[in-house]
Design a protein around this ligand. Structure first.
Ligand SMILES: *[C@@H]1O[C@H](CO)[C@@H](O)[C@H](O)[C@H]1NC(C)=O
Ligand SMILES: *[C@@H]1O[C@H](CO)[C@@H](O)[C@H](O)[C@H]1NC(C)=O
Ligand SMILES: *[C@@H]1O[C@H](CO)[C@@H](O)[C@H](O)[C@H]1NC(C)=O
Ligand SMILES: *[C@@H]1O[C@H](CO)[C@@H](O)[C@H](O)[C@H]1NC(C)=O
Length: 465
């Protein structure tokens, strides 16, 4: 019986999909790159409605300083920038085995300094971190000026106190030894609370967040690989802390999402995503500026969203600003924001660091830290997609057929929902129904909150899960 329903459903699903496809048949009415052009018009219109700040500072830092792939940036408590880079090492397809074991274990660690310190003018004032690391990734500085880094080849997390930059005061993880779940596996980032408790994003393979007490005792962990839940993470890539809101802010890279969890319990609080940011979000930095802002860099995809920096107003969930060097970045990997709104972006390839300043904020913070409401800019779409203009007979017939199929499917699902309530709870976990429901829910969602419409665009509210 179940099989009968399952195959009926699959057949209907196929029909439904073909109906949708039928609607899109009359492509000869449109020039070759019509859809690509529509997409870029839409993106440009959205970008134009945002404030283009903070502004890029050219020729920063000192161009004589050569670095490798820049994986992380952090600010110390005197406003100097720490750059964590890989010198001559690069992470490519041969760097790790399929079981995440580093393939150059016999090699010595990077002999050049991997941590470069720049003052605000862009002059390199210090450098250290030689003969310690193999594949640098994340870096952060806590309120006591301890420097925390992660190395994805070593699968370890290190803490350095200000008085000793050659031997770490704390090491977590098994050197070169990834053991899923038990030890770190390519840990990506650290975030430290002012209490000394800290979080590790573990990272590329374990996809979890682990919270530790200051002495390195594990307190709690969360994060799931699979399923339908706000705790599902796909490469938690960067961390930031919002102490004013008691939140840990996570860049959930491959889900294009900023996820926020309570720092005390790990409870999920909210998440942000936006079509303009796209499906890959590499780094996030929270700043209490103007009541809370999230600074974000996305990453390259095969899709059209440009690789840029974005600023989200935390309270309203709206995109308010965008920044980049020229039209887009190439491969931004991390970013950090200073108390006066200066943003530093690390790019993996080409090997660069960029500085962006927001003059209005800089002048403001010098005089008085105001908490005015930010000017929000609505990300709307001029023109829209104009599906309706496909007024051909084929289109109309396709639409009618599509609607009929949809109605039939809905009716079927309703009928099945009804049956479920009569006690067949196992339906709830039936795979095909699950997929079908998700499909329907997604369609419903796009209809109501469509970013393609000319209506009020959907702010990035928490997912309904
Ligand atoms: C940065 O260092 C250079 C060289 O020591 C110095 O001339 C410059 O004033 C410094 N900038 C800041 C903001 O301290
Ligand atoms: C750092 O600690 C190591 C190991 O305890 C020690 O050998 C080294 O001399 C220390 N360096 C400094 C600058 O204190
Ligand atoms: C901020 O201050 C600097 C100098 O202090 C000035 O040149 C600049 O125009 C000011 N910017 C704004 C937006 O007021
Ligand atoms: C800063 O501005 C706010 C609001 O305008 C005002 O209430 C506060 O007294 C100011 N603080 C200082 C130090 O000027």
């Amino acid at each position: 019986m179940i099989h009968f329903y399952r195959s009926t459903l699959k057949a209907l699903l196929l029909l439904f999909v073909s109906c949708i496809a039928a609607r899109r048949l009359p492509e000869e009415y449109y020039p070759d790159n019509f859809f690509a052009n529509q997409q870029s018009l839409k993106i440009n219109a959205a970008l134009q409605k945002l404030e283009h700040v903070p502004q890029w500072v050219p020729n920063w830092p000192d161009s004589k300083i050569k670095m490798g792939q820049v994986s992380g940036v952090a600010l110390d408590n005197s406003g100097q920038l720490l750059v964590f880079h890989r010198a001559d090492n690069t992470w490519d397809a041969n760097t790790f085995s399929i079981r995440n074991v580093y393939q150059a274990i016999g090699e010595p660690p990077i002999s050049q300094p991997t941590i470069l310190v720049f003052n605000e003018t862009g002059v390199m004032v210090d450098s250290w971190g030689q003969n310690l690391f193999h594949m640098p990734h994340g870096i952060t500085v806590d309120s006591e000026s301890n420097v925390w880094v992660t190395d994805v080849a070593l699968h370890q997390v290190f803490k350095f106190t200000p008085d000793n930059r050659t031997a770490p005061a704390l090491v977590l993880g098994e050197k070169f030894g990834p053991l899923l779940d038990k030890h770190f596996c390519k840990p990506s980032a650290v975030a430290v609370l002012s209490s000394g408790d800290f979080f590790v994003a573990d990272g590329y393979c374990n996809t979890r967040i682990v919270k530790y007490a200051a002495d390195g005792t594990k307190i709690l962990q969360w994060g799931k690989r699979l399923g339908e839940s706000p705790f599902v993470l796909s490469v938690p890539h960067a961390l930031s802390v919002s102490e004013d809101r008691s939140l840990l802010v996570v860049a959930d890279r491959e889900r294009g999402r900023v996820a926020c969890f309570r720092t005390d319990s790990g409870a999920f609080v909210t998440a942000f995503r936006h079509w303009l940011i796209g499906p890959r979000l590499f780094s996030v930095a929270y700043s209490p500026i103007h009541g809370g802002r999230l600074y974000i860099v996305n990453g390259p995809t095969i899709g059209p969203p440009p690789v840029r920096g974005y600023v989200i107003d935390f309270s309203s969930g709206r995109l308010i600003q965008t920044f980049a060097t020229g039209d887009s970045f190439s491969n931004p990997h991390d970013l950090v924001v200073s108390p006066d709104g200066t943003v530093y972006v690390a790019e993996l390839d080409p090997h660069r660091v960029h500085k962006f300043v927001d003059d209005t904020l800089r002048n403001e913070t010098k005089v008085n830290v105001t908490r005015t409401k930010p000017t929000t800019v609505e990300v709307g779409v001029a023109g829209g997609w104009e599906w309706e203009r496909w007024g051909s007979w084929a289109g109309a017939a396709g639409s009618a057929l599509g609607a009929a199929c949809g109605a039939l499917l809905l009716a079927l699902c309703r009928a099945r929902d009804g049956r479920k309530s009569v006690g067949r709870r196992r339906w709830e976990y039936d795979h095909s129904q699950f997929k079908l429901r998700r499909l329907l829910e997604r369609r419903r969602f796009t209809r109501v909150h469509s970013d393609d419409s000319e209506d009020e665009p959907a702010p990035m509210l928490p997912p309904t899960v």
